[in-house]
Design a protein around this ligand. Structure first.
Ligand SMILES: Nc1nc2c(ncn2[C@@H]2O[C@H](COP(=O)(O)OP(=O)(O)OP(=O)(O)O)[C@@H](O)[C@H]2O)c(=O)[nH]1
Length: 190
């Protein structure tokens, strides 16, 4: 079987006042997944594109990951991210209620721009290593994902916890959406 091409956008909150509220960690998740490293610095993203080959259930995929510029509640949803994308990773930080509120707004805008009731989404609560600073409970994240019929994961880009699972689960959701039901548990080969 030839590799399937999959375009995935990664979105999340970016505070204008970054001294007080650090962003969700979209770029860190992308870099951890693609390069296997954590870079502990904050450099606001304009837009980055990463490519990665991966395999799920013996199917090969050529993934293009677009790490989008961060959004806030006032941003107009960038229309270019509603076209030619197969699925979305929506990231908040478990240490930031604000990022959790903004991710709901990003999701609503995404559906609105696409004119759809469903799109394949993995909701990600990042920064689990900062558990002492947690302000968003696992239950809150789970409930939100259920209401979207999305997959839900808590991750740490820093500790490389569940990072590969994000993309694995999203590829499965995209196959399901395309009418090819997949089993949930299978190994990912990167
Ligand atoms: N402790 C911890 N810090 C993290 C984690 N992921 C990201 N960070 C830090 O959070 C800050 C923001 O991370 P980025 O990956 O640049 O965030 P972003 O969402 O891509 O932000 P924009 O590029 O502005 O959209 C950086 O200082 C990262 O080092 C994590 O899992 N744990």
């Amino acid at each position: 079987m030839p590799p399937k091409e999959r375009n995935i956008a990664i979105m999340g909150y970016r505070s204008v006042v970054i001294i007080y509220v650090l962003p969700a960690g979209k770029s860190s998740l992308s870099i951890q997944f693609v390069e296997g490293q954590f870079v502990d610095s904050y450099d606001p993203t304009i837009e980055n594109t990463f490519t990665k080959e991966t395999k799920v259930n013996s199917q090969e995929y050529d993934m293009k990951l677009i790490d989008t510029a961060g959004q806030d509640e006032y941003s107009i949803f960038p229309v270019q991210y509603s076209m030619d994308f197969h699925g979305y990773v929506l990231v908040y930080s478990i240490t930031s209620q604000k990022s959790f509120e903004v991710i709901k707004i990003i999701y609503e805008k995404l559906l609105d721009v696409m004119g759809k009731k469903y799109v394949p989404v993995v909701l990600v609560g990042n920064k689990t290593d900062l558990h002492q600073e947690r302000t968003v409970t696992t239950e809150e994240g789970k409930k939100l994902a259920e209401s979207w019929r999305a997959a839900f994961l808590e991750t740490s880009a820093k500790q490389n916890e569940s990072v590969g699972d994000i993309f694995h689960q999203l590829l499965i959701l995209i196959e399901n959406e395309n009418g090819n039901p997949q089993e949930k548990s299978s190994c990912i080969i990167s």
